[in-house]
Write a protein that binds this ligand. Sequence first.
Ligand SMILES: Cc1ncc(COP(=O)(O)O)c(C=O)c1O
Length: 168
Amino acid sequence: MKKVIKLFDPVVGQEEKKSVIDVLKSNFWASGSGEGHVQKFENEFKNYINSHDCIAVNSGTAALNLALSLFNIKNKEVILPSLSFISTAHAILVNGGKPVFVDVEPETLCLSPDDIQKSITTKTVAILPVHFGGMPCNLKSIQDIAIKHNLAIIEDAAHAAGAGWRYL
Ligand SMILES: Cc1ncc(COP(=O)(O)O)c(C=O)c1O
């Protein structure tokens, strides 16, 4: 007998279904159906994650690509975890950088700060932590390393909308 163990199941309720149907019925799909849906989402999401700004894009891949395009990573190295979705590395490559894979910690499934430290070279410009499965990385240690070596931190939070680090 074959047993299937799912990694996750998406949760979609009536409210989400109705919102999609409302946009489809509006017959004006540009810019969030021309009724400010995108702007409303950006405002609500910004408040939800307690941020100053929010820009909605069409996918996690587009978000990573946009974020990395704001830094000059051409021919430079970006440290990322060996455990992630392929687009984390693709976004680095598309922007001309070199992905440097670093192992994850068994407790958090996130980048190991000790291994980050060992992988830094003169070409390293950024660290790209992935909060895998919604489990926040050890951001304090990662931040200490980034400050010490003058590196940018670009977080891949595709799994972690609403996750928090030491909130309590
Ligand atoms: C960690 C991580 N980053 C980025 C992405 C890319 O997101 P999308 O599929 O929306 O482009 C995924 C998708 O699974 C992901 O798991």
